[in-house]
Design a binder for this molecule. Structure first.
Ligand code: NAD
Length: 311
């Protein structure tokens, strides 16, 4: 049982010290926004490139999650998948066993609700508040500080987290108890996978019938096919500036992460006996696509219809 008190303070005593773990496409800009807002950050990532970027932005770099959390009242993690979250937090050498009582832990990774509940239970036994707080809004939202946070956990912990999340996001929802944030998130991402695959299919149908992809996108954007991918994340190269499709499908939200989320949705549907035929089709399409394109942004599903777009 950990009995160390939380009594270290940031240079600004109204702001807790924060440990930030996982500085990838999403975590790095989220952490940078916290620094800009005056929070003191200690960061950790397996990749040195990732930590260097944050060091330049003013964070101190730690050698392990435990070192990062030394003197932190709040821990935030943004890791790829459930297995990474488990390895960081659980077990005798995991972070939870080394945190003071009363620490607030916010995990923003997208993972299975069951995995989030396992970590939440272990945290609660140690007197630590855990929130699952996955996000929506992509890397653009992470950079702009306009993410949507979808939070599961106690109302008290949510109230403590809200001002910190408000630095990185615009819309902050309390979805319910532990795991509820993750359930809402995979419902959203299943729909996003369906919309992205469907939008790519529609644009391809138009292009193969002689339409300009930008003209067609503008038409659908002002018609009933309008959706988020057409608004801010068009999958066809050069229709929109500053989106992964206009940058060789680099950066953004990797196809393998979309496939992970679709698999989480399918697993949840199966466990709870819910039919999701459109989700199943999107999962099948992304499964085939990620064999060769797992590291490309998920809008590269456009290349299913025209491989030259991926070269
Ligand atoms: P990413 O792969 O770019 O970043 C993950 C980072 O975690 C990497 O820098 C990696 O080195 C680090 N990491 C892995 N294991 C670690 C460990 N044990 N300790 C410390 N660091 C470790 O992924 P991302 O795009 O930033 O996504 C992170 C999470 O956010 C995922 O769960 C993803 O599904 C979710 N998400 C991503 C987006 C998006 O647009 N990219 C949008 C919403 C949600």
């Amino acid at each position: 049982m950990n009995t160390k008190d939380v009594n270290a303070t940031s240079s600004d005593t109204t702001k807790p010290n924060i440990a930030f773990i996982g500085l990838g496409n999403m975590g790095a800009p989220m952490a940078e926004n916290l620094l800009k807002a005056g929070y003191t950050l200690s960061v950790y990532d397996l990749s040195e490139d990732a930590t260097q970027r944050l060091q330049q932005a003013g964070a101190s770099v730690a050698d392990s999650p435990k070192d990062a959390a030394n003197n932190a009242q709040v821990v935030i993690s943004m890791l790829p998948a459930g297995k990474h979250v488990h390895s960081v937090y659980l077990g005798d050498s995991g972070l939870l066993a080394n945190l003071p009582k009363g620490t607030l832990v916010i995990d923003s990774s997208t993972i299975a609700a069951a995995d989030a509940r396992t970590v939440a239970e272990a945290a609660s036994e140690l007197g630590i508040d855990f929130l699952d707080a996955p996000v929506s809004g992509g890397t653009g939202g992470a950079i702009a500080g306009s993410l949507t946070f979808i939070v599961g956990g106690s109302a008290d912990a949510f109230a403590k987290a809200e001002p910190i999340l408000a630095v990185m996001g615009k819309n902050i929802f309390h979805a319910g108890d532990h795991g509820a944030g993750q359930v809402a998130k995979i419902c959203n991402n299943m729909l996003l996978g369906i919309l992205m695959a469907g939008t790519a299919e529609a644009i391809n149908l138009g292009v193969k019938n002689g339409l300009d992809p930008k003209v067609l996108s503008d038409i659908m954007l002002q018609s009933s096919g309008r959706n988020w991918t057409l608004e801010v994340y068009n999958p066809y190269p050069q229709v929109m500036e500053n989106v992964p499709s206009s940058n060789g499908y680099q950066g953004g939200f990797m196809s393998k992460l979309m496939q992970k989320d679709l698999n989480l949705a399918m697993q949840t549907a199966q466990d709870t006996n819910v039919e999701t035929p459109m989700g199943a089709k999107a999962t099948e399409l992304y499964e085939a696509h990620t064999v060769e394109n797992g590291d490309r942004d998920f809008s590269s599903i456009m290349g299913r219809h025209d491989a030259s777009l991926l070269s």
